[in-house]
Design a protein around this ligand. Structure first.
Ligand SMILES: Cc1ncc(C[n+]2csc(CCOP(=O)(O)OP(=O)(O)O)c2C)c(N)n1
Ligand SMILES: [Mg+2]
Length: 552
């Protein structure tokens, strides 16, 4: 126990005051004062095998609990390793705070150990990124970082903490109270909500598209409530495949028919083909509710005068406002548009639709499963608990998993389209929800990124079921080569049919090889009941991801 209150103690006390009980970390010289300060401060350290894994865990923690996820890494290379993972959190709109050790302020410009322009490095993938100036500023800076991460469009924030800042004396009487951490929502005014719903109701085929921040379990419940309240399809979008996200079934042709779309925290980006045909009808009007004026400007540039109304407000809070008092006007307007219920039913049935041919899916290759056979049986595990977690990561297999499986909680790699976070996500899910099935489907390439987190899972006794769809290649890129360059120009995407089950077992986990569809249900049940971090290494045929259209 240090004999004086340091910047590092102010950091620990501020996190404690904010209700943060757990930080995801990897040790290093610069942050050892924080490890020391965590003693007696009610902070548990989950230490990982790679800094990016620590950030991915903070990301999944945030998405599953609604509380900010905090990662702590060392300066220089530790920080650099962490930065790539911030992009996934940024595009998923997850409130994450990355705290990085840093060369001492007193040695800056002198060639200090691991001196690096860290704040500049993290700036493009964060909402805010800065270096703490003094021990006295630590508490306020940490409180500000937590607040920024949660407000408006949630997202990652970075704070660098120089070693002299962490070691010098701070004032224990200056730890901020709860108000310093609370995000003040930008509320949608009820009158704006009423005007927006009236516009939607004037349309024949209206639709609401909600952004990634709304895709938490609580957010999805609020989306469903809004849909029920206004009788307009409310669709959450969090996939880089956009309207072709296989978890949205045959949705794309429905959006193409919409005549009025409300973008509710949903960026008008590549996932919507920038609001243009053929994804949108050329005459479709657009309404936008977004926390960021820059997003409204972007939409205006993309769709011009088709953007008929825009309001600056937080998307999640707006879900409730839109579902609220506007209902009072419902009978009059509803009577004017009797076809709305039919349209809603049509959209929902398109989203639920899957090709009937999938029911008989089988692999063309010996000792291999079709991806549908590798995924569908896992639904039993997910259905066993009302709060189960599905994690999906990887290239083509991730798309199959999202097409075939659903769960009350779902964490996917998201709009970033960055692969590799699946295992860290699984560990964080287990920490966030100690008693529910956690099923993580990923590709064989993806599994390799953070396989050493099996060690972390063993150290902290964090069981989950990882299902590797093993096609011995980076299939998503292989499929691009096949389509764009031809079968004789396949290069650089092959992997080996590795025994990932044995790798998991070597870490002390449970591992099983699956080469026959008939094995999977029993293997999944054994993996779940093993009480260990488990890997089902399912040999699959490398099939292109589905693009689902009715009539297939
Ligand atoms: C960090 C990162 N690196 C590379 C890519 C490009 N990429 C996207 S999918 C993919 C293949 C993934 O292979 P695997 O996990 O085995 O899944 P599969 O496509 O084979 O089903 C690659 C390399 C990416 N999206 N993100
Ligand atoms: Mg693969």
């Amino acid at each position: 126990m240090a004999d004086r209150f340091r910047g590092a103690d102010a950091l620990a006390a501020t996190l404690q005051a904010a209700g943060i009980t757990r930080i995801f970390t990897l040790s290093g010289n610069h942050v050892m004062p924080v490890f020391d300060a965590a003693f007696g401060a009610g902070l548990s350290l989950i230490h990982t095998r790679h800094e990016a894994a620590a950030v991915h865990m903070a990301d999944a923690w945030a998405r599953l609990t609604g509380d900010p996820g905090v990662a702590l890494v060392t300066g220089g290379p530790g920080h650099a390793n962490a930065v790539s993972a911030l992009y996934t959190a940024q595009m998923a709109e997850a409130p994450v705070v990355l705290l990085s050790g840093h060369a001492p302020n007193a040695q800056l410009g002198m060639g200090a150990f691991q001196e690096m322009r860290q704040a500049e490095m993290a700036a493009p993938v964060t909402k805010a990124s800065w270096t703490c100036a003094s021990a006295g500023a630590v508490a306020d800076d940490v409180a500000r970082a937590l607040k920024i991460a949660r407000c408006g469009r949630p997202g990652p924030v970075h704070l660098s903490l120089p070693t002299d800042v962490l070691e010098r004396a701070a004032d224990p009487g200056r730890i901020p109270g709860p108000a310093a951490f609370a995000a003040a929502p930008q509320m949608l005014a009820p009158s704006d909500a009423e005007a927006i719903v009236a516009r939607l109701w004037q349309a024949r085929r209206p639709m609401v598209l909600a952004g990634p921040a709304c895709m938490t379990k609580a957010g999805r419940a609020r989306m469903r409530a809004l849909e029920a309240a206004i009788d307009v399809p409310v669709i959450g979008m969090e996939s880089p495949r956009g309207v072709n996200d296989p978890s949205l079934g045959a949705f794309a042709p429905m959006l193409a028919q919409a005549d009025c779309v409300l973008l509710l925290g949903k960026r008008c980006d590549f996932t919507l083909q920038f609001g243009k045909p053929p994804v949108f009808d050329a005459a479709c009007s657009v309404i936008q509710v977004d926390a960021e004026p820059a997003q409204v400007e972007r939409t205006r540039r993309a769709v011009g005068s088709r953007l008929v109304a825009a309001v600056i407000a937080d998307a999640i809070a707006a879900l409730d406002v839109l579902a609220g008092p506007v209902r009072e006007n419902a009978p009059a307007v509803a009577a004017a548009t009797p076809s709305r219920a039919a349209w809603l039913a049509e959209v929902r049935s398109a989203i639920d639709w899957r090709p009937t041919a999938w029911d008989g899916a089988a692999s063309n290759e010996r000792d291999r499963l079709h991806p549908v056979q590798a995924c569908r049986p896992l639904q039993t595990l997910l259905d066993a608990h009302p709060d189960s977690v599905l994690i999906s990561d990887g290239g083509e297999i991730g798309q199959w998993a999202q097409a075939c499986l659903s769960a009350p909680n779902r964490v996917i790699n998201g709009v970033a389209g960055s692969i590799g976070a699946g295992l860290p996500f699984a560990l964080a899910a287990r920490l966030a929800k100690p008693d529910v099935p956690v099923v993580a489907v990923m590709g064989d390439g993806t599994f390799g990124f953070h396989v050493a987190e099996f060690d972390t899972a063993m150290r902290y006794a964090l069981p989950f079921v990882a299902v590797v769809g093993n096609d011995a290649r980076w299939n998503a890129e292989y499929q691009i080569q096949l389509k764009d360059y031809g079968a004789d120009r396949l290069v650089g995407c092959e992997l080996r049919p590795m025994r990932y089950d044995l790798v998991a077992a070597a870490f002390g986990g449970h591992g099983e090889l699956v080469i026959d569809a008939a094995q999977l249900v029993a293997a999944a049940a054994r993996a779940q009941s093993s009480g260990l971090p488990a890997c089902l290494n399912v040999m699959i045929e490398g099939v292109a991801a589905p693009v689902i259209r009715r009539g297939d």
